[in-house]
Design a protein around this ligand. Sequence first.
Ligand SMILES: *Cc1c(COP(=O)(O)O)cnc(C)c1O
Length: 392
Amino acid sequence: MARKSERKFGRLTELVLGGRDQDMQFGFVNPPIVRGSTVLWPTLADFRALSGRYTYGRRGTPTSDALCSALASFEGGAAIALTPSGASACSLAILSVVTAGDHLLMVDSVYEPTRKFCDGMLKGLGVETTYYDPALGAGIAQHIRPNTKAVYLESPGSLTFEVQDTPAIAKAAHAGGAAVLMDNTWATPLFFDAHRHGVDLSISAGTKYLGGHADLMVGYVSANTAYAARLKDTHGALGLCVGPDDMFAALRGMRTLGVRLAQHQASGLIVARWLEGRPEVLRVLHPGLESDPNHALWKRDFSGASGLFAVELQPAGEDALAAFLDGLELFGMGYSWGGFESLAIPFDARPVRTATHWAPEGQMLRVHIGLEDVEDLIADLEAGLARYSAAR
Ligand SMILES: *Cc1c(COP(=O)(O)O)cnc(C)c1O
């Protein structure tokens, strides 16, 4: 919508207003889905001057402009680069700030495919990665070398949900001349304002809550002014772009992100508290719980929690785990999360931690709380825990 003033709006309002340009939309509320590669120029002079707003499909269309503009308002950054998945957003952000001979500090609780990228492809390109304990705050300074070009955070961590002291890490990183990268998929900018906490490149798997309906693969990186040009250059060099239908789905998901996340948060906390009180449960890893060791840090820096957390059940074998998971009616067993539906998967984080000691006693489950009636979800879990106990 044409903005009538320079007024600053709240994040929910930005989710509704962002990227809407009446002139480009023929009066419709939503932008057109523009399919296109070639853009034509009428004269040689126009061709030579690359005149006009668009030059080639990969470099931008009215559909990508609408999504990027909406995401830029939401993130409060200077530039957005869209990628075909969250994983490619992680690698794009890293490749934007390191080159041969550089050193990268990577949080030990990072999303596993990002670890794989660092240990494989990045190593091959001559970039060294060192993993650090997510509990490190200002202490990260001791690990920064003259060639450390980036410190990468993911908070809370994948699978194990450690919250990082982002402002302290950002301060130390900047003092050492390193860029601060963060995978902010769990909280989204709605619950963690990455740029305002010192993050230069904020990474999101839009596949999760942005899309919100388990029907989309997309990612993006938001850069502040200092890193906008490097992000755009790297994005162009890699030739990354997203299909028009997927961009439209991402923009559509954005409009309802606020209400969906509020519900994921509320139901997630109810289920997490209920699980905490169960005898079959050793602990619940959810930073929104007062009992969680990460709670104080989460409360200081985050304005909410999403619907994803982990549970450690009493020790039991594969049969008990199967009795629990196979009989669940409402929780599906599958990767990804952030859709409208509930999910539960078992996991073992031991092979993907190298800087910290991770040794749970019992069976670990990662749970995503969807938008179903919370009473139904609890009843499903209650029956599952009964099967679990009976099979132990
Ligand atoms: C899922 C996820 C990704 C990767 O997103 P894809 O769209 O599946 O490639 C990256 N980071 C985090 C934290 C994720 O949960």
